[in-house]
Design a protein around this ligand. Sequence first.
Ligand SMILES: NC(=O)c1ccc[n+]([C@@H]2O[C@H](COP(=O)([O-])OP(=O)(O)OC[C@H]3O[C@@H](n4cnc5c(N)ncnc54)[C@H](OP(=O)(O)O)[C@@H]3O)[C@@H](O)[C@H]2O)c1
Length: 305
Amino acid sequence: MTSHAIVFHVYGDPDVLQLHTFPVPEPSANQVLVRIRAAGVQPFDVQFRKGLMAERYPASFPQKIGNEFAGTVEKIGDEVTRFKSGDAVLGWVVLAAYAEHVLVSEATLTHKPPQMPWEEAGALTASGQTALTALDALQVGPEDVLLVHAAAGGVGSFAVQLAKARGARVIGTASPGNHAYLQSLGTEPVSHGEGLAERVLELAPQGVTASLVAVGNEEALRVSLKVTKNPERIRTLAFHPLARQLGIAWVGSERSLERLEQLVQFYEKGQLKVHIQEAFPLKDAAKAHRVMEKGHVRGKLVLLP
Ligand SMILES: NC(=O)c1ccc[n+]([C@@H]2O[C@H](COP(=O)([O-])OP(=O)(O)OC[C@H]3O[C@@H](n4cnc5c(N)ncnc54)[C@H](OP(=O)(O)O)[C@@H]3O)[C@@H](O)[C@H]2O)c1
């Protein structure tokens, strides 16, 4: 039996992403074979495809891509205990999710609630865990006024909702077209661009208590420094040379089953919504990357294998 996956043979523009045919793999003792129904697209994927991550994540061509997915368990290894064939699951993997099939350890999967649509389940597991990791690093709690830069993006949309669920007041930056969206997530919107610090201080005259930078630009870093009472409570998810210079710490995404299960619980309680801007057939991964490269996705993009 054969299966399809997106691969690329050289770093380059979106057109290097090609659909390839592979034999369906067999699970080893502790592995689960998942038939993927939806896979999220992340800025990381774009950076990886361009070769910008080559130092930390060198490609091995033909290279697969994609880190988050949801699907149906097709086959299990002899030692798998938590899943059976036919179960609906969501999970994460390293560089393999733009595909019809993926082999993963059962420790990276959890059960998908029946009411969670495939598209939403496929787009939650990596970006959602990034948002949770960042809030944990900032120790966001009910006393906080949190500023989130790029609040309407994939990570930002999850971060603002998870911070609200912790009882924080949340201010988020976005262009005016995304303000109603942010309000629907319980976030006070401010437009990025000149005068951002003043607009934030109009909303929070004493300054904010914590700040999450989810966009790689100078304005977000400088404004955070200006409006955050304690600069030690600023974290950036995006690499930017200025961050180190300004003493702003970078936060990386940590993955765990516990975090994934927390996200599912927030979703089930109605505290976490997943906005899908657009879904693409798997073969159109290049189109999805072109949209992502423009830098203005609201919520998430997904591929449907
Ligand atoms: N450290 C890690 O482990 C880790 C993990 C995941 C992601 N990241 C990084 O975190 C960042 C966010 O990821 P993501 O998935 O949320 O990206 P994304 O979905 O592509 O973010 C898109 C959002 O960025 C906003 N935006 C664009 N220009 C902006 C500006 N000048 N100021 C403020 N917002 C702006 C857009 O809002 P408007 O259209 O309203 O402008 C849009 O909603 C990326 O740099 C990514 O590489 C890091």
